[in-house]
Design a protein around this ligand. Sequence first.
Ligand code: SF4
Length: 230
Amino acid sequence: MIFAGITKSSLLDYPGKISIVLYTPGCNYNCFYCHNRAIIEDIDTIVPYEEIMDLLEKRVGLIDAVVITGGEPTLHYDLIDFMKKIKSMGYLTKLDSNGSSPEIIQKCLQEDAVDYYAIDYKAPSYRYQEIGRSEADSEVVLKTINMLVESNKPFEVRTTVIPQLSIEDLVQMAQELPILPRYVLNPYRQPTTYLEEDFNLVTATPYSEKDISEFAHALKYYQPNIVLPF
Ligand code: SF4
């Protein structure tokens, strides 16, 4: 397993828990608003594995959980073994994913490697490729999400409310998704690094928290378990 970064202590990445966050390099999507562009483009800068294991061993009992995020962690063939290893050390595990690998999520479920999942749902189906680009495909992501619904494992789905999504888009997304145990609407924040050709997309005026609260109110009819992180 290779990692491109670590956050040694976070209160934000695992609901109600203190976590260490590990970032895997590389992604099969190319969202213009990606906040981890450095690690999806530069897949050669690696944090030594020994450094990570050393930290994990020292923090057992002090930190509740380890979050594996990216990039896209499911691209790494040894993800499941690594998560099982962390669990055996006494940590809870959380996996952040763009939902593009239902087969890997199914294996994680079968092997009970993950305690909490967070899956992105980025756009209505008809715009999924436009927003996620590259390999983005809503059908595959919905397959992942439906699998998690059936599993009864704790999970959440997250949507970043980028300025390019309209209220009609958000309603369509809420209708396309099964009823979720937790649906988080995150406000858009401009990334510090982005592709030059995405300047106009990245600098579009974001929705305010008030706008997003109003959207959430409208979506509650379809998704009763909406959560706003502000
Ligand atoms: S799926 Fe996530 S990590 Fe990949 S490009 Fe999009 S925002 Fe970045």
